[in-house]
Design a protein around this ligand. Structure first.
Ligand code: AMP
Length: 300
């Protein structure tokens, strides 16, 4: 096995990419903030299978954290990440520091549009501008043919797809399914913040979203009367179950169109929907967990 190469500078990354591209290689790219779990490794394996060469990046991007968020506490373990990703077959890890990505005088921002206003964007102002800016920079550095993103962060995925199309970046965005623990909890680097009690409570988020999904399908197939109240009832039941199962508070629960992220207000609107997106964010102590599902309208 070739040794893995950890690249710290943009100049070196560009040189290597130039060489690989001159050799006709297709480049796959997996941007991450590190502290790997199976979700990250699944994206890497997929890129390794589908592309001639795969670059991953590990960069905890300060620009996407709010002033009261967990930038300093965000879990990091570079040696473990190198071992796990090279074990999966990765040969190139781009790992710049903040000064390399944001040198003194840096001032240009990619501003996410309407897709970023609700859901996580409402509770994390500026977060998706930070995500778009760093991903645009990484795309310009790595110039990948394909970039792999997880459905776990579904809003992020559709925002990146839109940015790539709007700014003619020519990168194909590949959507990868959410990897889960055996009890259904979506894998996340932030799960490491949870106490044993918190970890035991956490799968209630995925369970509640699944249950809401079944209720939505039922409301579409067996139209309730009156039509509007069923949405409020599903949301109220979701929140009650979550708190009963050990969560401290709900940030949001929403049922929306999976492409526009526009919320459905009643069951009549759901019946004409294409794909339906059910998403929630909730707190256990200070830990904010997110999860979602996307499914077809059973009438289509
Ligand atoms: P992060 O390191 O959390 O920024 O995530 C890097 C990439 O991994 C993003 O595209 C995420 O959506 C993806 N990802 C994170 N968790 C999961 C998961 N449980 N399943 C699939 N992809 C994931």
């Amino acid at each position: 096995m070739e040794p893995v190469k950890v690249i710290n500078t943009i100049a070196e990354a560009k040189n290597i990419i130039k060489r690989l591209k001159a050799g006709g290689k297709t480049i796959g790219f997996v941007p991450t903030m590190g502290y790997f779990h199976e979700g990250h490794l699944d994206l890497m394996r997929r890129s390794l299978k589908e592309c001639g060469e795969t670059f991953i990046s590990i960069f905890v991007n300060p620009m996407q954290f709010g002033p009261r968020e967990d930038l300093a506490a965000y879990p990091r373990d570079l040696q473990r990440d190198i071992a796990l990703s090279s074990g999966a077959g990765v040969k190139y890890i781009f790992h710049p520091d903040a000064k390399e990505m944001y040198p003194d005088g840096f001032q240009t921002v990619v501003k996410a549009g309407r897709l970023a206003t609700g859901f996580c964007g409402a509770s994390r102002p500026g977060h998706f501008d930070g995500v778009c800016t760093v991903v645009a920079k990484l795309f310009n550095i790595i110039t990948p043919d394909f970039a792999y993103f997880g459905m776990k962060d579904y809003q992020q995925l559709v925002i990146i797809e839109k940015m790539t199309a709007d700014l003619n970046m020519g990168v194909n965005i590949v959507k990868c399914p959410t990897m889960r623990e055996k009890d259904g909890l979506a894998m996340s680097s932030r799960n490491s913040y949870l106490s044993p009690d918190g970890r035991a409570a956490a799968p209630a988020l995925a369970r509640g979203i699944q249950k809401a999904g079944s209720r939505i399908i039922d409301a579409i197939l067996n139209p309730p009367n009156p039509d509007g109240e069923v949405m409020a009832a599903i949301a109220a039941e979701f929140e009650t179950d979550l708190i009963k199962n050990g969560f401290d508070s709900l940030d949001y629960f929403k049922i929306a169109d999976s492409e526009t992220l526009d919320e459905f207000k009643d069951a009549a609107a759901l019946r004409t929907a294409g794909k339906i997106f059910v998403a929630a964010a909730a707190y256990i102590g200070k830990t904010r967990l997110i999860d979602n599902i996307v499914f077809d309208n059973p009438l289509k």
